[in-house]
Every structure is written in C-alpha cells, then in structure tokens.
Write a protein that binds this ligand. Structure first.
Ligand SMILES: *Cc1c(COP(=O)(O)O)cnc(C)c1O
Length: 419
C-alpha cells in the first residue's frame, strides 16, 4: 500500500482505500453481495465476535464493500474510523443516541436539516431528552446553553436553507472547555471545502446521498470519529467498556456496537459502490458547483423579480468572512436561496422551468429547485418555519454542474413568466 495520506485531496479522493493490485486489478471496488461470511475455525469466529479481528461476520454488522467506503471517508476527513449507514438520518440518529441517556441534554444550532430538527425536537423529547436550540452562529449563546446535563454540541457546517456558517474552531473550543465533544454535520461543504476535524470537531456526520455521491442514485450516511476526544471524563461514565475495548475509537465502537448493529441501520453494499463511483469526481464537481453557484447568484442579483439572495459567496452575506476564514479561497458551497414576490410567484417560477429539476434533494450534478415552505416544511406551523427561516417567498436552489449559461437562461426565462 502506498501512503495515501500524503497525496493531495484531488488524488486522495480517487485513490484512498484502494491500490492498483487490489481486487484482481479492478479499478472499482467489488460489490460483496453476501449476507454472511464463512469462518475457518470456531476460535476465529469467537475472536471476531470479541472485536479482536477485523474479519466480517454478517452484513448487518460489517461488509467488505462498505468498509472500503469507510476507509475512503476516513482518509478524506482525516479521522481515525468510520461506519457507513443506510442514510444520513441513520448516521445522525446513531451518533446522537450513542451519546444520550434519558434526561440528558445537548446544545444544537437551530439551522438544521428538516428531519434532524424533527428527531431532536419530537422524537428525543419522548425520552425526556432536551435539545437546546440556539442561533448556530452565536457562540456565546451556545456556551450559555451548556449545563451539567449537556452531553455534546451539534452543528451543521453550512445551515440549510439559512446558509449560515458557524465558527467551528470557536465552538469546538467552547465544547472542549466544558468537557464535551462537538458533532458536525458536514454534508453541504463536503471534506473538499471543509474538514471539521482540522478545526477541532470530534465527530463528523455525512449524508453521502448528496455531494459525496453526486448522481442522485444512492442513499447513505456515515459517522466518522476523529479518535481525538477523551471519553474518560466524568460526563461519560457509560463509555468505560468501549474505552477498554477500542481505546481512542470508543465513541465509534459505541455507535456501531450499541446502536447501528442493533437498530439494523445497515448500508446495502450497492449503495456504497455507487457512492464510491460518485466520490471519484467529488473534487471536480465541487469546483464546478461552487463556480456555477457564484455565477448564478450574480445573475439573480441583477433580476428585478428577485427580492433577496442568500448565498455566502456574496460579500454582504453575514457569514461571508467566516466562510473565507474556514473554507479558504476554495468557494462557498453550491446551495443558495432567493426570494420572489410571494408563494404564487414561486409556484409560477417553478412551473416555468424547462431544464432544472423540481424535486426534494440536493448536491446532485443536476440543478435542483424546491419551494421548501410548501413541501418539506408544509406540516410545520408558521412560528417554527419562521425560526428556521422557511418563508413563503423562498426558493431553494442546488446549483448543478451543467453549463452555467444554460442554467441562467432557464432561470431567466422562468422569471420572465412570473405574472
Ligand atoms: C439530506 C441531509 C441529511 C439526511 O440525509 P439522508 O441521506 O437523506 O438521510 C442530513 N443532513 C443534511 C445537511 C442533509 O442535507
């Protein structure tokens, strides 16, 4: 094996976790479509069940194809271990459940993916677990919300569709000063744009469904462990057996052993395979997504039908400077939101599109549009929608990698049709 970690991102994203001689020289990983694995001896199976070998037992536990994707994600994020799961929500649920007991609390930015919001505010509530929601970019409010019951801080690197960007290094510092870890949902920027471990985060979560896969053909999620958090602190007495077993990777072991394998949030190897095909082109796609998004923002800015634009790449955006600090000169992500006169105008606009797809997804190589207020958030009451910045006049755009002239032309002709 070459030392893959010394390569640059553009190389690593293609070559991490594999070498030319692997799999009879195949360039793409094989799909191990098998529910279970043979063991030569009873001793070996016993050792494997005790966690003393990395052999495979049963697909719900581990799978060789999934493991290749796990190695790739660890290399890209710079962590020490990963578990891939059946969806981004499976990853978020398992990561949080591994940390939470009844009556516990955690602090979270209020700029949350819709299902994450419902998990935190509705489902956890049933177990008397309190999610303290504060403004994602308000580090002081995050610190104030931490108390003796708080088990972790949770944040999204780029809020969706708020497009607010928290200062991860500052928030990690605050969390650590209270002896708790920082969990980051890094789905929107991907490790191409931001590597939260380098800024002090302890756990990174992904929906691989989005940019990592990029083709809208697979669903998946991942929990990645930096291996750097000390779980022996007084807040985490329940981590002792996991520390004894896996040391630095105690958290990942708890996620995997206690939750993932028992909840059955198994990733099908075909989804890992499809995700890895997409992953090969992640760096190139992200460059084009961001270049196009910047251009689309400029285009929309000039249109009189557009009442406001929310894109961190615009100089007057409240998160512009922190984005520059955190993401360097690479860009500002591929997502933006903008306003039209009202909901009717939004519907007319969507109806008028010819090239752009209207559907609930993001991070696809195709440009996608949605009116979140009347779709994903249709069952939310207005005060909640307002707190999440979901307004009736808002269009969300996931800018794809097509020719940007064609994207703008489609947007323009649909804006022309608004009455
Ligand atoms: C889509 C998404 C999720 C959930 O991922 P699924 O794969 O759909 O379960 C979580 N977080 C963010 C930021 C997302 O965009």
């Amino acid at each position: 094996m070459n030392n893959k970690n010394s390569y640059h991102f553009h190389t690593k994203v293609i070559h991490a976790g594999q070498s030319p001689g692997d799999w009879d020289g195949a360039t793409q990983p094989p799909i191990f479509q098998t529910a279970s694995h043979q063991h030569e001896t009873a001793e070996n199976l016993s050792r494997t069940f005790s966690g003393k070998t990395n052999d495979h037992i049963y697909m719900r536990l581990t799978n060789p194809t999934n493991r290749i994707l796990e190695e790739k994600l660890v290399a890209l994020e710079g962590g020490q271990g990963a578990v891939v799961m059946s969806s981004g929500m499976a990853a978020i649920t398992n990561a949080c459940m591994a940390l939470l007991r009844a009556e516990d609390e955690f602090v979270t930015g209020n700029s949350l993916f819709m299902s994450t919001y419902l998990l935190f505010t509705n489902i956890f509530k049933k177990y008397n677990i309190t999610a303290r929601l504060v403004e994602s970019t308000d580090a002081d409010a995050i610190e104030k919300a931490i108390n003796s019951r708080t088990r972790f801080v949770y944040i999204e690197t780029i809020g969706n569709p708020k497009m607010d960007i928290p200062d991860l290094a500052r928030i990690a510092g605050i969390a650590h000063s209270h002896g708790i870890p920082l969990l980051v949902d890094n789905t929107l920027p991907t490790p191409y744009l931001c590597r939260p471990f380098e800024l002090g985060a302890d756990v990174v979560i992904h929906s691989t469904t989005k940019y990592l896969s990029g083709h809208g053909n697979a669903v998946g999620g991942a929990v990645i462990d930096s291996g750097g958090f000390d779980w022996s602190g007084e807040r985490f007495p329940d981590f002792k057996p996991f520390i004894d077993r896996k040391g630095a990777l105690a958290f990942l072991d708890k996620v995997w052993r206690e939750h993932h394998i028992n909840f059955g949030t198994t990733q099908a190897p075909i989804h890992s395979y499809l995700t890895m095909i997409g992953l090969d082109t992640l760096a190139l796609r992200m460059e084009r997504h961001m270049e196009n998004a910047q251009e689309v923002a400029r285009f929309l800015d000039k249109r009189q039908e557009v009442t406001w634009i929310n894109y961190p790449g615009l100089k007057d955006h409240p998160s512009h400077s922190i984005a520059r600090k955190q993401f360097g000169d690479k860009g500002f992500g591929g997502m933006l939101a903008f306003g039209l006169k009202d909901q009717t105008a939004c519907f007319e606009f969507i109806q008028g599109l010819k090239l752009i797809y209207h559907l609930a997804n993001l991070g696809d190589c195709k440009t996608l549009v949605i009116h979140p207020y009347s779709s994903q958030y249709v069952s939310f009451d207005d005060p909640t929608r307002e707190s999440l910045s979901i307004t009736a006049d808002m269009i969300r755009l996931s800018v794809g990698i097509e020719d940007v002239g064609d994207i703008c032309e489609d947007l323009g002709q649909a804006l022309d049709k608004i009455k």
